[in-house]
Design a protein around this ligand. Sequence first.
Ligand code: FAD
Length: 308
Amino acid sequence: MSSRILPEFELFFPQSISEAVGLLSEYGEKMVVMAGGTDLLVHLKSFRERLASTAGHIDPAHPVSHYHPQYILSLSEVPGLNHIEFSEKDGLRIGAMASLADVTESEEVKTRYPAIWQSAKENGTVQTRNRATLVGNLLRASPGGDCCCSVLANGGSLVLQGHGGKREVEIDGFWTGYRETSRRADELAVELRIPSPSKDTVSSFVRLTRTKLDISKINAAVSLTMDGKHCRKGRVAMGCVAPTPLRLMKAEALMADKPLTEDLFGSLAETVAKEIKPIDDVRSSAEYRREVAGVLIRRAIETACGTI
Ligand SMILES: Cc1cc2nc3c(=O)[nH]c(=O)nc-3n(C[C@H](O)[C@H](O)[C@H](O)COP(=O)(O)OP(=O)(O)OC[C@H]3O[C@@H](n4cnc5c(N)ncnc54)[C@H](O)[C@@H]3O)c2cc1C
């Protein structure tokens, strides 16, 4: 029998956020959330392979739903989750069901958060962007997630709603390991919040892929506060170079209050190569990733500053 057949599960269509949260609280780790389903359904089809790889033994480090979620909670009929709103005071708010296509159609995102816009635009295909959500990209917690990288460079927080109410979790530290987050099993991610950028902030997202439609071999994003050619401060993020999307704090410290010169780019490349922890996998080798990381960061900086 093919191992690519979906396992059996029971599908729930709650009609409100409170009903969804009630179901998550009732079923806990036996239930998983489905937003666009572009990752979850692929993951479900390979559950037998994951089980076989552990010789049928369920690793206690993972919830049972990692192998075979018995219950799936679809967000497709929950109202109030597909907003994209911006105000100077509150910044950007992206609801859990706003698709990547919605994000690319937003002028506010395109002009004020170019890194996030670019990471949504380059993500997957027209078909997957119509279904896939930006919040789903963050919750998927892949170290190569394109929107994970751009959101980490911008900084922001996720609003998680559980039975006891809402809490806001900073994106720094949200990913706790490979495909693991600090979200509790009974919590629904309802919204991403990103602060309003200052007028002198620039940002960009860049990635390297085998073909245009592939998932990143390595990606990078920056958000910089500039004073002419002088970088006052910045956030630098990179993906596919560690078990989680990685913020490059040493690179950030090196750039702070410095003009962007050839010498600085040289030192940045050396620092970045030491700061990342890439591995060999199906998409690339550790050696290649280490080699191109500095080039990619420079490309991201120059794209953000409009000097490329
Ligand atoms: C052909 C193809 C191409 C792709 N290309 C790319 C690419 O270029 N770059 C990239 O980064 N990814 C890519 N992906 C992966 C995937 O499409 C994206 O990561 C997408 O953004 C996931 O969003 P989704 O809404 O479909 O998530 P889902 O599949 O619905 O969910 C993903 C995970 O997040 C959890 N989750 C989702 N929403 C919530 C919520 N609100 N609360 C709690 N948990 C939640 C789910 O339980 C699941 O574990 C690709 C996938 C396919 C099939």
